[in-house]
Design a protein around this ligand. Sequence first.
Ligand SMILES: Nc1ncnc2c1ncn2[C@@H]1O[C@H](COP(=O)(O)OP(=O)(O)O)[C@@H](O)[C@H]1O
Ligand SMILES: [Mg+2]
Length: 254
Amino acid sequence: MSNTALEFKSVTFQYNNHSSPIVKELNFHINQGEFVCIIGPSGSGKSTLFKLITGLEQPNTGEIHLQKKFIKNRLGEVGYMPQQDLLLPWRTIIENAALPLEIKGIKKREAFYQVTNLLDEFGLKGIEDSFPGDLSGGMRQRVSFLRTILSGSQILLLDEPFSALDAITKLSLQEWLLKLWQKRKNTILFITHDVNEALFLADRIFIFKETPATDLQEVSVPLGRPRVLKDLNQTHMIELKEKLLEELRAQVKL
Ligand SMILES: Nc1ncnc2c1ncn2[C@@H]1O[C@H](COP(=O)(O)OP(=O)(O)O)[C@@H](O)[C@H]1O
Ligand SMILES: [Mg+2]
């Protein structure tokens, strides 16, 4: 049996100023090393789910378990890349990437050393002394991702990391992310509204059907690894894509 990395046990959460919960008695689990994509219309509660996992918000009832343990204070236990890139414009790339290490109390010299060792893998060699404003969108996302990895967490939460990028940059970053994930064996939860992206990346796709979410519909992606983009052109994949798009379209209220 595989190891559970994350589990929601009957989790209910409601924002104070809302009349109904975002998630209600929600149960699901994620296996160690799994790549799960979460799709759903905007406003359905996907980012809220991440805030619950990180501990930025706490459930009203129910429990969130990491590695089969109930951990109330989860801040720092998971690597979180929020929807908007939070690079500090006045810090250089290396200073931005080293931030989580500095927060942990690691000396600047050692922190810089750790970042420097990873620059090549993240395609950032030679630009470590630039500022975020000088970088392309794809580069900025790689810096954010490097920073998330340096948090040292096994579970990574990526909230629409590629949604603002042009199509070509997005495709190459998807391929890059898959390679990195296969090498590092992290557990990844990845929010996207792009069905193709979810099918290319995920082992399983969770669909936010309605609010409050009591059940996440789940789809296993019938593709092996490693994958290439043209795998998505197989007949059964095109049919699955149509089915997912239908599901999502049915939920969008105009
Ligand atoms: N801090 C907050 N306080 C109150 N309501 C919020 C807060 N953050 C998000 N919401 C509301 O919760 C709902 C779900 O939001 P969110 O999780 O951001 O959805 P998604 O990421 O799927 O677009 C939306 O109606 C949103 O307006
Ligand atoms: Mg969101």
